[in-house]
Design a protein around this ligand. Structure first.
Ligand SMILES: NC(=O)C1=CN([C@@H]2O[C@H](COP(=O)(O)OP(=O)(O)OC[C@H]3O[C@@H](n4cnc5c(N)ncnc54)[C@H](O)[C@@H]3O)[C@@H](O)[C@H]2O)C=CC1
Ligand SMILES: CC(=O)C(=O)O
Ligand SMILES: [Mg+2]
Length: 625
């Protein structure tokens, strides 16, 4: 156990986070650190068609006549100059028309059709794409992100039109240090990298997994205001173990089995060295790596590079926020969290990440010593594909070992190695049932019936697997079987449920999208060289504290996605504050470490806000090289 956790005191975390995230600070009007991006003209070294085909600078029909003259565009566009607002309106009318025209068709191609239109906009005009996405985030996050991004990845070889991001393959060994210079941007702030080995709950999708890196970075821009010119989606293609793809003539990736062992590590090492050589300040988010590698790579790089694993660490933070929310929903203080009994279905990268973080959070609340850490362990019951995990499990995964139940403990509850999920829930009567199994429908009628016997007044059911069809259950099932007092959260979005008595069963989206953008932005603006456990904990606690007492009592434990830009700003500020406290912050651009450390909480929030990119067209001026 990292000694850090033993040293931290609870009082300096939860309570101060609540203060740090108070809405009062949002009303500050001082703008001490305004960036001038967006006001000065942007110098471009291209003209004519080159600029129309460049999504970073293209304004399409919104180029003014003077700009058209200045940039040799006259005659290349229809004569009518339209405003950015009119552009959006025209695009939206077209998009809505398509929705109406395809309403009779099956639902998946309908979502894919929307993705295609948005993707084409992304290719031709990034500013407009992000304007549409930010203004309609509730409607289009499920298209660019889960669940539709899953469908996109499954069909990526067919959907591929224009490349986006970079591809490093096993064939590029020895070349990566040079290859990184093929990317046109001299500054890259955020990379999301995948090897496509476990995309959402859809398994090994090989090179097609690039779609998830693109979708995550869309949220980095929309939620965190990372400049879209400074993001880079990356696919590391080391082959695939998906036999269907290996045989598919349309597949765009390497049609051979995945590299493994030292060969695999050597490819990832080479990639990391190459990107950090060209962009020393970049942050790398590892996404959807199979569990086998997720933990090993995280341990290998986290003390050397600015990186984190979203599935292990981002998911853990979001789950902690949700678990604390479900304690508050019972009308109890967060400090009662260590009394909660939690059954976790799924012991992969996400499940184990959540278990480790939840155990540490409980241990801190119990006094932050060895006995607190040991006592926290006994609150968890873990079930994987082979049933309840106990110390009797053969060839037990070392990451799951700390959560294996002692045989005596299990038999005291009438359980044994490999007991079914239904039996575990029946015997343990948990306060929380949390699914990260990737098995759609795992929380069967029998399991949910058993949750009615939960010792909690507000049994919490988190069906966190993605995409929608992999969710362990639906909210309709939860509210009809467990009852309207249940608290429900899912990884992919569901609509609220109107119950028979007219009440509304609230559906929370418990997804790492509420944390990873703020973790990335906070790390960037603090200039921290690594991403510490404390920074991740600060992010989780900020998210937990974001919800008001009224909201949580109604079972609303996560914010609405419509406020994702605001929550991301708060999370980023909490991450910066923690980086300063841990003496990790080295500053960003004009804000050096000394200046940063002098900022008040309100000034940190203001600093974050002023460094978030917004989709506005800059004035363009041509200048020869
Ligand atoms: N909501 C969110 O923010 C996030 C959701 N996820 C989702 O979590 C799921 C799992 O991701 P990973 O842990 O990386 O996958 P993984 O493949 O590493 O782990 C899956 C785990 O589920 C277990 N499992 C399989 N069948 C089971 C069954 N019948 N009963 C109980 N357990 C069973 C497996 O033994 C394994 O331990 C995916 O669907 C992913 O989309 C992952 C990250 C974030
Ligand atoms: C949300 C996410 O990261 C996943 O399902 O893998
Ligand atoms: Mg993921």
């Amino acid at each position: 156990m990292p000694s850090y956790f033993l040293q931290r005191r609870l009082s300096s975390s939860l309570i101060s986070r609540l203060n740090h995230c108070s809405p009062a600070m949002l009303t500050q009007t001082r703008r001490p650190f305004t960036t001038t991006e967006g006001h000065r003209p942007t110098i471009v070294q291209k003209r004519s068609l080159d600029i129309l085909h460049d999504p970073w600078f293209n304004k399409g029909t919104a180029f003014s006549m003077t700009e058209r003259d200045r940039l040799d565009l006259r005659g290349l566009l229809p004569p009518n100059v339209v405003s950015p607002e009119q552009q959006i309106e025209r695009f939206m009318v077209d998009l809505k028309r398509l929705e109406v025209n395809t309403r009779d068709g099956p639902s998946d191609p309908y979502a894919l059709a929307k993705w295609r239109i948005l993707n084409r906009l992304h290719d031709r005009n990034e500013t407009m794409f992000y304007k549409v996405l930010i203004a309609n985030i509730e409607e289009y996050a499920p298209i660019v992100y889960t669940p539709t991004v899953g469908l996109v990845c499954q069909n990526y070889s067919g959907l591929f039109r224009r490349p986006r991001g970079m591809y490093f393959s096993a064939e590029d060994r020895g070349e990566m240090m040079a290859m990184v210079y093929n990317w046109p941007a001299d500054q890259v702030d955020m990379i999301v990298v995948t090897d496509g080995s476990r995309i959402l709950g859809l398994g090994d999708l090989g090179v097609q997994g690039i779609g998830i890196a693109i979708g995550k970075l869309d949220l980095y821009v929309a939620a965190a205001g990372i400049n879209p010119q400074r993001v880079l989606p990356v696919m590391i293609d080391v082959g695939t173990n998906n036999e269907k793809l290996i045989k598919d003539p349309l597949y765009l990736g390497l049609q051979e089995h995945r590299l493994d062992g030292e060969e695999y590590i050597a490819v990832i090492d080479e990639f990391m060295e190459a990107v950090f050589t060209r962009w020393p300040n970049v942050i790398v988010q590892f996404e959807d790596f199979q569990s086998k590698w997720a933990f090993k790579l995280l341990q290998r790089y986290r003390n050397t590079y600015r990186m984190f694993n979203d599935d292990v660490q981002g998911t853990a933070g979001v789950a902690i926020a949700g678990l604390l929310g479900s304690v508050r929903a019972q009308g109890r203080p967060m400090i009662d969290f260590p009394k909660q009994k939690i059954v976790v279905a799924g012991a992969g990268s996400a499940g184990i990440g959540v278990l480790n973080a939840a155990r540490k959070t409980m241990a801190r609340m119990l006094g932050n010593n060895e006995s607190a850490f040991e006592s926290a362990r006994s609150q968890f019951w873990v079930v994987d594909a082979k049933g309840l995990i106990t110390e009797e499990r053969e060839n037990i995964d070392p990451d799951a070992l700390p959560f294996a139940r002692k045989v005596k403990e299990a038999s005291r509850q009438g359980l044994s190695e490999g007991a079914s999920l239904a039996d575990v829930v029946k015997k343990v009567k948990p306060d929380v049932l949390l699914g990260l199994s990737a098995v759609g429908g795992l929380f069967s009628k029998e399991v949910l019936e058993a949750m009615k016997e939960s010792t909690s007044t507000r049994p919490a059911i988190f069906a966190m697997s993605n995409p929608t069809k992999n969710a362990e259950c639906t909210p309709e099932e939860v509210f009809s079987i467990v009852g309207e007092n249940a608290v429900f959260a899912s990884g992919s979005p569901f609509k609220d449920v109107v119950l028979e008595n007219g009440h509304v069963g609230h559906c929370n989206q418990g997804n790492n999208m509420y944390l990873f953008p703020g973790i990335g932005l906070g790390t960037l603006l603090s200039g921290s060289r690594i991403i510490s456990d404390g920074m991740l904990q600060a992010a989780a606690e900020c998210l937990a504290a974001y919800m008001t007492e009224d909201e949580v009592l109604k079972g609303v434990i996560f914010p609405s996605i419509s406020s994702i830009r605001d929550i991301t700003k708060e999370v980023a500020a909490a991450v910066i504050k923690e980086a300063i406290e841990e003496d990790l912050a080295e500053g960003y651009r004009d804000m050096d470490a000394r200046e940063l450390s002098k900022l008040s909480q309100e000034e940190i929030v203001e600093y974050v806000k002023n460094n978030m990119w917004s989709p506005e067209y800059p004035t363009l001026v041509y200048k020869k090289d």
